[in-house]
Every structure is written in C-alpha cells, then in structure tokens.
Design a protein around this ligand. Sequence first.
Ligand code: KG4
Ligand code: ZN
Length: 423
Amino acid sequence: MEAMPDAFILGIESSCDETAAAVVRSGEQIMSSVVASQIAVHQPYGGVVPELASREHLRAIVPVVRQALADAGRSYESIDALAVTQGPGLAGALLVGISYAKALAFALEKPLIAVNHLEGHIHAVLLEERQKGNCDLRFPLLALVVSGGHTHLYLAQQRGQSWSYENIGHTRDDAAGEAFDKVAKLLGLGYPGGPVIDRLAAHGDPRAVKFPPSQIKHPDRRSSFTAKASAAADPGERARTLVPTRSRPELGSRSSGRPRPEGHPHFDFSYSGIKTAVVRYVEVHNLKDFVEARRKALGAISKPTLEDYLANCDQQTLDLVASFQRAMVEDLAGKTLAAAREYDVATLFVTGGVAANNELRQTFERQAAHEGLPVYFPSRQLSTDNAAMIAAAAYPKFLTREFAANDFSAEAGMALRNEKPEA
Ligand code: KG4
Ligand code: ZN
C-alpha cells in the first residue's frame, strides 16, 4: 500500500456535555486526548441542561485545546488540520466548538474538517485497532453505535480512503444510554445512570424481574420484529420530562444511496417501554419512599462511592437494576447479532458510551465468539465522548481534501449516510 504523509490533526468535540480536544497522528496514534466533563454541573438536574452545557463549553474550550496541544508537544502552527464535530448534538453546544475551530483555522490558515459525531464513534475503534497494529479488518463491517443519544446500526464500507455508511436499524424512541440514565434517575441513583447501574448490577439477581417482550411494528414492510426487553413505546414521555436529558433527535434513519438488499429487514430498537416497566415496578412494589430517601442520602454526598450506593440500596432494588441491565444487554446483543447474520458481516464494532458497560462487552464477546465473528470495542476512555475519535475520523477526509466550507454550521439532527453517492 502506498505510504501516506503524516498528518497531525487537532480534533475538537463539544456536542453534548464533554468539552474535548485531542491531537491524533494520521488517524492511528493518539498524541494527546483531553476531556473536560460537565457531569458535576448537570448532576443536580438529573440530566444535561443545554444552556448550561453551552456556557460550560465556552468556559472550557480554550484551556482544553491548549492542554491537548501541550500534552502532544505541538504548537498551533505545527498542526496540519483542525477537525470539529458538526452534529448530531445540542445546537448551542456544537456551535461553541464550531465557532472556535473556525476562528482558529482562519487565524492559522489551516484546513478545517467537519465530522459527524457518530462517524467519530466508529473511528474510535479503528483508531485503537490501528494503534495496536491491527490494520487488517475484514468487510462487510457492522457497527452498533450505542450511546446517550443513539442506538444505531450501520454497515460501514471503505473504498480507497473514503468511508460510507448505511443505516440498517435505529431506536424508535429512547436510546439505550438514555434508558440507563432515566432508570437510574427514577430509582434515585443520580446522573449519569450507565456507570452506576453497571457497577450495581453485579450485586443483584438478573433473573429476579421479568420484562415482557415487545413488538416493533414496521408499517412500511408490514412485518414486525420481536424485542425481548421492552413494552410498548411511549412517545409522550420526552415531552413530559422536565429537564431535557440528552434527548438528541432521532437520526440516521434515512437510508443511504445503496438500496437495501431485497427482503432484508430493518433491525430497530425500542427502550421507552422497559423504562415504563421499571416505573410500574416501583409503583406496584411501593418503593417510592425508599427511592426518595436514597435520592436525598446520595444527593448529600459529593462523589458517592460504590459502598455509598450499596449502603443505600436494598436487595430488591439491586435485583431490579441487574434485571434491567440484563434485559437491555440481551436485546442489544440479540438484535445486533441477528443483523450480523442477516447481512453476513465479517466484523462487528460496538461503540459509544454504553459500550463501556461490562456485561454488554462480555455478552457481545460470548455471543460473537459463538458465531465465529470478531467483535471490537474501543477502550473505556474512547467509548464515551472524546475528541481523538473526531480527529481520527477526519484523517480520511484530510487525505481526500474534503474540507468544510467557510459557512458550514452546526447540524443538530445530522444523519450519517453515504459520503459520496455510488457510481
Ligand atoms: O457516547 P457518550 O459519552 O455520549 C453520547 O454521545 O451520548 O454516551 C453517554 C451515555 C450515557 O447515557 C451514559 O449513561 C452511558 O453512555 N454510559 C454507560 C456506561 N458508561 C456510560 N451505560 C452503561 N454502562 C456504562 N458503563
Ligand atoms: Zn457520543
């Protein structure tokens, strides 16, 4: 293969509640990666408050970028290009990163590359595999992007330097991470929910509570798909949520230029029903007073430890948490593996914040091994939002000189689709 010139790309990410900057060499080596989390700011509200997120990004962006350059031992002038998340995400939050990246690129006279956040999550895996020396991934490649805003399945292809993506499934309502966050919130476990539930689930019985299977209707093809975990979707739920908790718009449902093979089903997800089932469980078992007591007790501790959480959880709650996680993981793995079989893929990626989940990783590893399918995850640091993945996703675009126009702006509902129409 022809040797490519080295390129140092400064990535900037500000789509939700992390302000991040990173320097990545040629899409394969992380020179630095700085992430300033806003969790402490949003925690009292039980979810991300968009106005606060924008304000915090404004505060953090300059020092975070400076730190990323210092850690990488690079000056502003020695960067070859800048990359920034264009969308999807919170409009105001995205605008902070974009405005700053534009100004910096203009002042330095460097090219600027606009990156889709979801493509970034996929390239987090590619970046780390290349860093390990694994450049030999087989296609077709199926990627599950599972985060606070997304539960999306993509078939990814590489032609020359260019990547293209076809969406073959997405959530009809809540994203998986959103379900973790909402369930943790309604059990008085605080925000964000995923990491807490991950740790508490190990202390409960995952078979204690049964969640009924649900039907996802596909009116367009008059077929249905049975989901193990969730009950009926609850489209009104988001409107009733007081604090907008990472409710990014539904994305990527538009199909790409390539027609889907005849008869191939769409592998959609639905997680609002399982959350409603947890609400009902709390009501039926009169747990509300316990939940409120826990919320108060944990709220009074600035950084609760696992022991603090355990001291405030009875066995029934731990069993509920473990059962919820098991149902989520089985649904995600079951549908993704079914899609992998249907599309006869050779490689599986699981990426995004929820990919940090221990049980999820073990289940995917076990089930994929059973089918002889190689499965790759990012490291835990690169599973959640970061800017190294944005700089890595920008490298192929740097090589093909796909630079952003001066007037590009945030696209809160940006879909990931084929970059170039196929001939
Ligand atoms: O990718 P990410 O950092 O941001 C988005 O693009 O949304 O994902 C954040 C989501 C949150 O919903 C968080 O609760 C979830 O990922 N998450 C986890 C774990 N760590 C983070 N969910 C389950 N288990 C975890 N260990
Ligand atoms: Zn993300």
